[in-house]
Design a protein around this ligand. Structure first.
Ligand code: AMP
Length: 285
């Protein structure tokens, strides 16, 4: 088996991509924080199908974690990740250390107002500024033709799309539908930290989203009624503490009262030690 081409420095990655760029080949990038699961690999498969070269980045970015969040306990397994990416036939894996990405404190950052401060931005202040800034850096390092992001992190996808429009990054953003476990739980690297009881309780999130979608698709137009029903469903599961639940316009994430256009339901909940997020889109009849 060929060992996957791994680069830890920006120069090494740029050298590896130079030939492809000179030959006019397309480059797809999949930014991740590692501890890969089938959701990540779905992004890789899309990138593989649509580009000449595929780069996956693995970087647990400290600037997108708050002081009381799980940066130090975030799961990591580089050897396993590299084997999975080798099997997925990616061309290069970029695994910078914190020193390579932040050799000096940044004076330049990107924040989106109001998009980065609302919804999950309220639960995690500063998070989307950390995300937007590191993704901008990765775009400048890799200079991809296309970049792949999961719809599971719907607000993140919206933030990146908006940043690319506002700052004219020459990259096409591709959103990929959420990959789920057989019982509906959205795949996440953080799921490994759920105890067996937490893991069972976590099913209620996708179940509540399915219930909300069914109400909307059956003609319920009052967002407050949908939110109330979903809140009741989630509250019946004692292992789950709801942190936020919003029904938003799918395009700009403004919170809607009347469901008269395509919407996305966004949920954030604490399950045991883990903050889980999930999402589902729905269209009124
Ligand atoms: P992360 O490593 O959690 O930062 O995720 C890296 C990328 O994979 C992001 O664009 C996520 O939205 C995407 N992703 C994570 N989980 C899933 C999933 N279950 N289905 C599809 N994409 C996902």
């Amino acid at each position: 088996m060929r060992p996957v081409d791994r680069h830890e420095t920006i120069d090494a990655l740029r050298t590896a991509l130079r030939e492809a760029r000179q030959a006019g080949q397309s480059v797809g990038v999949v930014p991740t924080m590692g501890y890969l699961h089938d959701g990540h690999l779905e992004l890789v498969r899309r990138a593989r199908a649509e580009n000449d070269r595929v780069v996956v980045t693995i970087f647990v970015n400290p600037t997108q974690f708050g002081p009381n969040e799980d940066f130090s306990t975030y799961p990591r397994d580089m050897e396993r990740d590299l084997a999975l990416l080798d099997a997925a036939k990616v061309d290069a894996v970029f695994t910078p250390g914190v020193e390579a990405m932040y050799p000096q404190p940044l004076q330049t950052t990107i924040s989106l107002k109001p998009l980065g401060d609302m919804l999950i931005g309220k639960v995690r202040p500063g998070h989307f500024s950390g995300v937007a800034t590191v993704v901008a850096k990765l775009f400048n390092i890799v200079q991809p033709t296309r970049a792949y992001f999961g719809e599971k992190d719907f607000q993140q996808l919206t933030v990146i799309r908006r940043m690319v429009q506002d700052l004219n990054f020459p990259v096409e953003i591709v959103g990929v539908p959420t990959v789920r476990e057989a019982d509906g739980l959205a795949m996440s690297s953080r799921n490994v930290r759920l105890s067996p009881d937490d893991r069972r309780a976590a099913r209620v999130l996708s179940a509540a989203l399915a219930e909300g979608a069914a109400m909307i698709e059956a003609g319920e137009g009052d967002a407050a009624r949908v939110v109330a029903q979903m809140t009741t469903t989630i509250a019946a599961e004692p292992g789950v503490a709801l942190r936020s639940l919003d029904i938003c316009d799918s395009r700009d994430l403004s919170v809607v009262e009347r469901i008269d256009r395509p919407v996305v339901m966004l949920v954030t909940a604490e399950v045991g030690p883990v903050l889980l997020i999930d999402q589902r889109e729905a269209r009124p009849v």
